[in-house]
Design a protein around this ligand. Structure first.
Ligand SMILES: Nc1ncnc2c1ncn2[C@@H]1O[C@H](COP(=O)(O)OP(=O)(O)OP(=O)(O)O)[C@@H](O)[C@H]1O
Length: 812
């Protein structure tokens, strides 16, 4: 039909287009857009490039791509001439209903009776009328569009809740006006309202226009907890919704059934995160938004049933969030949904700098190698592909690549590199993924990517207050217990670098009656998730974790992060500390620094351009009591550990002997047997005694050295202490009831103000601020002097020895 003689409608369409290109500023705006050539009437667009042929081209499965701007002209203020609707049966019908008689009188051979000059005039008149009618229809359609959108979208998606149009209509609540500039889809706005996000965060403000409306690739860096997930998530959802809407409208205009043409679920966005927990969290976050839009988001992570994940993929979700290992396992196994990547429109690397750490994510390279090579620019799109707009082509647009992290800018000279743009070199494409540039480039990032770096020079979250406690390595446990006992309000994460340290500290704390959850990479995935769930559900919970929990985990109410051991890099320090002070909340971090770690800590501070840190205020009068408890806990721990080691060894011996059908001779003699029994008994008694002693200590609040039994003075009351107070109060009141109630022994509790660590830091004021470099230099100086003194002592000692030897020699 496109090749045939132009109909009136086509002529009218051309006229309209010419008229607009003369008069309207909009079409000029389109001309300079990079994708303008693909727009109806864009480029040099005469003839074949007319709007009409674009919509009804016979080769509709080839064709160019649509720009985001083109998708909803009314929203973007671009009044682009639409395809001529009378070609679609449905549109034709609707027109007939509206202007029925006028059209009929023309169409039914009146021309034969009218003079040829009149005929021409009438034809022109008719064209004008038709144009007018088209415009009316367009206006009418635009008005109804919003409501229609929702109904149309429901057509091809099963199992998902219905959309409440009424709710959607209320999205432009004045409270949320700050979002208006981002021009987000009403369904997205509905969720934003539901979640109560009053305004976009700075990274969202910067990313959404670039990624969603200008189709840019993005390298994004912003502080921890600043909403980066939605900064890349919203553009994805926006584009998927716009495309769905566009294809529905298009099919409706053609009078076709949506179900007949709308493509079955294909993978549109692949989001990769370094940890399983983060992948699950990103999935949940995006699901919140996707459920109203009826877009499916599925997590694919290790440690969980592969079969179940394969079943999830059978539903053909549009968005997959996963970790490299499991994703590659399924891809290399030929999982159909994951290998059909031709329609992939978004490739996202969250926490990208973690992905390039040595040898950690080899699978990522394989995944990236699977991605189809994309055209880097519109110009490379074959002419034939530009001339036809179809549903398949709507999705065939250039894949966008997003690379995000809070600490990209920390990597060596990256800021400088960012300023220069993404350098391309032959070397970078051939080697491993050892830099963000290589990673981005291999993933198909375009040179004109938007680089959005909102991190400040310190990289750390704005509302984070940092502090440190300097102590001996062996006293770290005591200081941790101090923090938990006196300032244990709010959720707290204690980070360890090694699993051994994690096991040690969690066991000690449990013996001391503080229940903690643990999280490390050697745990079963189910246990890992359970730990996070419990921690999330407990208002004053304590999670002892390795760096597997350092990145991305978003749990509201984490008030404190303790670095029990310093991390190996500044990046990890930033991410660990970033588990608190997220979104608009504040929080504090406390680093426990042994004397060996001071210079490491000083260089860490230098990475954040920080000269001074606050020393966490300590009330030393509590320390004797803390040490007493700790000593008991350590002894209990030691005996229990030995005990369970012995048991494990014994059962190993017995198992092996049984397997070999041997009898194990446990003791050589009766005496040995008796001694072993005595030893066990003594150890068990000792354990019981220690447990009892500790129980007694724990049954009363932690007391400062100057403790008066009449006043429970305190630097504050943590939940643990509070619980202890309550127990004592109960005990005392029972005792009081039993005695005649003479008032003696009445408990008075003072100092019950809120003293969570952040508060303690603030109360301490700036006097505790110390120049970390100076402290490190001082310590270095002391150590150098110590070494020198030692060397001098040795020298003198040697000298004296030599003299004595000499004297002895002379004497002989
Ligand atoms: N516009 C907003 N207004 C209020 N809260 C928001 C907004 N956007 C996101 N949030 C919330 O802020 C929290 C942090 O978001 P998110 O996890 O995306 O941060 P992030 O920058 O990715 O952090 P990290 O670098 O630690 O991974 C989440 O709980 C999220 O729901």
């Amino acid at each position: 039909m496109a090749d045939g003689a132009p109909t009136r409608a086509q002529r009218s369409s051309k006229k309209t287009k010419r008229k607009r290109s003369r008069d309207g500023p909009e079409i000029e705006r389109l001309d300079w857009l990079p994708w303008a050539r693909s727009l109806p009437g864009g480029g040099d667009g005469d003839g074949d490039g007319s709007a009409f042929s674009l919509f009804i081209g016979s080769n509709e499965l080839e064709g160019g791509f649509l720009s985001l701007e083109e998708i909803d002209e009314s929203e973007y203020g671009l009044d682009i001439p639409k395809a001529v609707k009378q070609e679609s049966g449905k549109a034709k019908k609707s027109k007939k209903n509206k202007d029925g008689n006028v059209r009929d009188s023309v169409d039914h051979g009146v021309e034969a009776e009218i003079a040829s000059n009149l005929e021409e005039e009438e034809e022109e008149e008719e064209e004008e009328e038709e144009q007018q009618q088209q415009e009316n229809v367009m206006t009418e359609r635009k008005k109804k569009k919003k409501k229609k959108k929702q109904k149309k979208e429901t057509k091809n998606v099963d199992e998902l809740p219905a959309v409440d149009d009424a709710e959607v209509d209320h999205v432009d609540d004045a409270e949320f006006y700050a979002w208006n500039d981002l021009r987000l889809h009403p369904l997205i706005m509905k969720t934003i309202q539901r979640l109560g996000f009053k305004e976009p965060t700075p990274i969202q403000k910067a990313c959404v226009p670039a990624a969603a409306h200008r189709g840019k690739d993005v390298i994004g860096a912003a502080e921890t907890g600043s909403g980066k997930t939605l900064a890349f998530g919203l553009p994805i959802l926006q584009r998927l919704l716009e495309e769905r809407e566009k294809s529905t409208t298009m099919l409706e205009e053609k009078g076709e059934e949506v179900e007949k043409y709308a493509p079955k679920g294909v993978l549109r966005a692949l989001i990769i995160t370094p940890t399983r927990e983060l992948a699950l969290q990103v999935t949940d976050h995006l699901k919140e938004f996707a459920k109203d839009a009826r877009i499916r988001v599925v997590p694919i992570v290790g440690g969980m049933s592969t079969e179940k994940q394969e079943r999830l993929l059978e539903a053909r979700p549009e968005i997959v969030v996963g970790t490299p290992g499991r994703l590659w396992e399924l891809m290399s196994g030929g999982e159909i949904h994951l290998v059909e990547l031709h329609s992939l429109s978004f490739f996202v690397l969250d926490e990208a700098d973690r992905m390039i750490e040595d040898g950690h994510f080899r699978e990522l390279q394989s995944i990236i190698d699977m991605l189809p090579i994309t055209n880097s620019s519109v110009e490379e799109t074959p002419q034939s592909m530009q001339s036809c707009v179809t549903i398949a082509n709507i999705q065939r647009k250039k894949r966008q690549t997003f690379v995000f992290s809070a600490t990209i800018a920390l990597s060596a000279d990256f800021r400088k590199k960012l300023k220069r743009g993404i350098a391309r070199s032959k070397q970078s494409t051939s080697g491993g993924l050892n830099s963000i540039e290589t990673l981005s480039e291999r993933a198909g990032m375009r040179e004109d990517a938007a680089i959005i770096d909102l991190t400040n020079s310190s990289i750390l979250a704005n509302k984070l207050e940092e502090s440190f406690i300097e102590c001996m390595e062996k006293d770290k446990d005591a200081h941790l217990y101090y923090i938990l006992s006196l300032h244990g309000l709010g959720r707290m994460i204690v980070f360890c670098t090694s699993i051994a340290a994690l096991r040690h500290i969690s066991s000690i704390l449990r013996i001391l009656g503080i229940h903690v959850w643990t999280l490390h990479a050697q745990m079963q995935q189910r246990a890992r998730l359970k730990a996070i769930d419990h921690f999330r559900g407990s208002e004053h919970g304590v999670l002892v974790a390795t760096d597997v929990a350092a990145r991305g985990i978003d749990i509201p109410g984490i008030r404190t992060v303790v670095h029990y051991q310093l991390p190996h890099s500044a990046e990890v320090y930033v991410h660990r500390s970033g588990r608190t002070a997220r979104a608009s909340s504040d929080g504090c971090s406390i680093a426990l620094i042994s004397s060996d770690e001071t210079s490491k800590f000083a260089s860490l501070c230098r990475s954040f351009s920080k000269d001074s840190f606050q020393r966490f205020p300590l009330e030393n009068s509590y320390m004797p009591e803390i040490m007493k408890r700790l000593s008991l806990a350590r002894q209990i721990g030691e005996i229990s550990r030995k005990d369970s080691q012995e048991k494990a060894q014994k059962s190993w011996l017995e198992r092996n002997a049984e397997a070999l059908q041997l009898d194990v001779e446990k003791y050589d003699s009766e005496e040995e047997r008796v001694n072993a029994h005595k030893k066990r008994k003594a150890s068990s008694n000792k354990l019981k005694q220690l447990q009892q002693d500790l129980k007694n200590l724990l049954s009363r609040p932690l007391q400062p050295k100057t403790f008066s039994h009449r006043f429970l003075a305190g630097a504050g009351v943590s939940p643990l202490l509070q619980h202890q107070f309550e127990q004592i109060a109960k005990q005392k009141s029972e005792e009081g009831m039993q005695s005649s109630g003479n008032g003696k022994g009445k408990l008075v509790v003072i100092g019950q103000d809120c003293v969570e660590p952040l508060q303690a830091l603030r109360n301490a004021g700036d006097e505790t601020r110390v120049d970390v470099k100076e402290t490190a230099d001082k310590r270095k100086g002391i150590e150098t002097r110590k070494r020198e003194r030692k060397a001098e002592k040795k020298r003198l000692h040697d000298q004296r020895r030599k003299q004595r030897k000499k004297l002895r020699g002379n004497g002989d």
